[in-house]
Design a protein around this ligand. Structure first.
Ligand SMILES: Cc1ncc(COP(=O)(O)O)c(C=O)c1O
Length: 386
């Protein structure tokens, strides 16, 4: 057996929690996927594309029609001119795009600044390329980035900073001032940026998503990454895209062409036609904010206390009034004793920091959320009696 390239990587928390959730037939508010139907109009567009013969290899960078539609959307939303021919690549999901971006630029020994809690692929993606993750731990309840601290972590070996806004798992967002602070730090350096913006259309309370694409100096050194799965409630389709200036995109395409090479063609054709209707993605914030508020209202009598969620599929809840257990142990108890699955936030830190926080996914049918809240409240009543 060859030596493992990722010796510390085991089963992900999502697999562990989902397996336990299935065993106890719990309601799974752990993994981030909707349990309601996706848009029939998009299904029809994709079906028609397949029937119309879009079934052979697509262009390696992606369907030009889809790339042109994305470029138009970026201009409208972020005021940035992006060349569809040389600055966009359609990928089999955002996770793939993140891996490809990191692989295209990280050499052994390069340092990569990553904020924790972090989406679970970032650290292994850096390590598999021989890079060195430099972790900056953010703390609840606000999980704010201290940019002076970031500056102090920059060294001659720093090659990349990874940001994610709206942020999984905390539901925080970066403001324009944050991106300006980042822009000032990387100015006149060789540092590049991966900006994971998969929840770009999911911001709440009238907050506007701030994209690196709106900041020309930042965009000139960034890979911005998106996922159609999160936009159209079809996470299982695994289609996303990367936007980067031509010089970075050239390197990205070198890795992509010898890996997936291209992304499935009929989905791209269907998406290109569906993307014309901007109302579909612009209405997402309103729909999901209602779900966030619906779930937190159902839990208003609960001892679980919500932290602010300004975007994403998720809201963190503090359970310290119910239990002193470690997050993983309380998450397991919630599955076995209440029949509801949620993800311990400690799983998003390499060293497993415990803050008595669980991440709940509220992008579910109302009936699912009602049932989950009933179970949580019933569980709390039994805790009170004990
Ligand atoms: C922050 C973040 N980035 C990337 C992804 C992955 O997106 P995709 O399913 O398109 O690979 C997710 C999915 O949960 C995510 O939360």
């Amino acid at each position: 057996m060859p030596e493992s390239k990722l010796p510390a990587v085991g089963e992900t928390i999502f697999t562990t929690i989902s397996a336990l959730s299935n065993k106890y037939t719990a309601i799974n508010l752990g993994q981030g996927f909707p349990d309601f139907e996706m848009n029939n109009g998009l299904i029809k567009c994709v079906y028609d594309a397949m029937k119309d013969g879009h079934n052979q290899y697509a262009n390696s960078g992606g369907s030009l029609k889809l790339r042109a539609a994305i470029s138009k959307k970026i201009l409208n939303l972020y005021g940035s001119i992006v060349d569809p021919n040389h600055e966009i690549c359609i990928t089999p999901g955002a996770t793939y795009a993140i891996y490809t971006a990191i692989t295209s630029i990280i050499h052994p020994g390069d340092e990569v600044i990553i904020f924790e809690p972090a989406y679970d692929s970032y650290v292994p993606n850096v390590k598999v390329n021989g890079g060195v993750p430099v972790l900056i731990s953010l703390e609840g309840p606000d999980f704010k980035i201290d940019w002076d601290k970031v500056k102090s972590k920059v060294s001659a070996r720093t090659r990349l900073i990874i940001i994610n806004s709206p942020h999984n798992p905390t539901g925080t967002i970066l403001e324009g001032a944050d991106l300006l602070a980042l822009q000032a730090i990387v100015k006149d350096t060789n540092i590049l940026v991966v900006s994971d913006e998969v929840y770009e259309h999911i911001t709440f309370d009238n907050k506007k998503h701030q994209s690196v694409l709106s900041f020309p100096d930042l965009f000139s050194r960034s890979f911005a990454i998106y996922s159609f799965g999160k936009v159209y409630n079809c996470t299982g389709w695994k289609v996303g895209y990367c936007v980067a200036p031509a010089k970075l995109m050239r390197e990205f395409l070198k890795i992509h062409q010898f890996n997936a090479f291209s992304t499935n063609s009929f989905v791209q054709e269907g998406l290109a036609n569906f993307l014309e209707d901007s109302a579909q993605y612009l209405s997402l914030s309103v729909i999901l904010q209602e779900k966030r508020d619906f779930f937190s209202k159902l839990l208003s009598e609960s001892q679980l206390k919500p932290l602010p969620s300004l975007g994403t599929y998720f809201q963190l809840y503090d359970y310290s009034a119910i239990s002193a257990k470690k997050e993983i142990d309380f998450a397991k108890q919630l599955i076995t004793d209440a029949g509801v699955a949620a993800i311990p936030v400690s799983a998003f830190y390499q060293e497993g920091k415990n803050q008595s926080l669980l991440r709940f996914c509220f992008v579910k049918k109302e009936s699912t959320l009602v049932k989950a809240a009933e179970r949580i409240l019933a569980f709390e009543r039994t805790c009170a009696v004990l």
